[in-house]
Design a protein around this ligand. Sequence first.
Ligand SMILES: [Zn+2]
Length: 155
Amino acid sequence: MSGVRYTEAVSDSFLHVLPRSSKACPSAGKQNDAVDYLRDRFSFVRCETHAHPVFVDAGLSFESVACPLCGAALDIGWWGERMDIAAAADFEELGVVTPCCEGESLLDALRYLEEQGFARCVITVTNPGRELGPAEVRELQRLLGTQVRVVRQHM
Ligand SMILES: [Zn+2]
């Protein structure tokens, strides 16, 4: 997925805030608190929940994936096959055995060039215009009662 990002000037960008655990889904009250917190800071904020985890990818930024155990670059074809298998099971099982060192890992623990992951609850800021600061991420973790991952997505 290389190439000139010639559409960037007119395309939307997104910040997704999701629980670090693919199975976690904070209560509706906690979701609302986190959404309110973000709405005080950004114009376009929404929250979606899903019966099963969804893959929250980094869009055009996604270019490589590496083993978290030994650091070897993983074949994108291998990764795509594992994703297909996991998708067929609604992303409820993310376990993989890496081909490089035959270690047990998870699809959401692999080292992606840009942060991405799987979640049942996704809070999205459209065209944020800036990054979230560390204090804001900490506050979101407090409000949601869980560790979070922030995925930056460029369409
Ligand atoms: Zn490895």
